[in-house]
Ligand binder design. Sequence first.
Ligand SMILES: [Zn+2]
Length: 67
Amino acid sequence: MQVKCTLCDKVEHLKDDSFTAKRLRNRRLNLYMCAECHKRIEERTKQRHSTGKFHLYKDKYKHDDFI
Ligand SMILES: [Zn+2]
């Protein structure tokens, strides 16, 4: 079956008996993301998390210096 990535509109072919295809047919998965977009989002999320932690620690250290 053909699926379209909801983020970049890239059309991909899925094997009809693949797990993702089955989920899509059952409408349990309404949004399909291609592997590239999935990877991109995963990396962005990780980056945001590490940046957030970094700021958190930095602020704490600054605060400690003032005390
Ligand atoms: Zn995509």
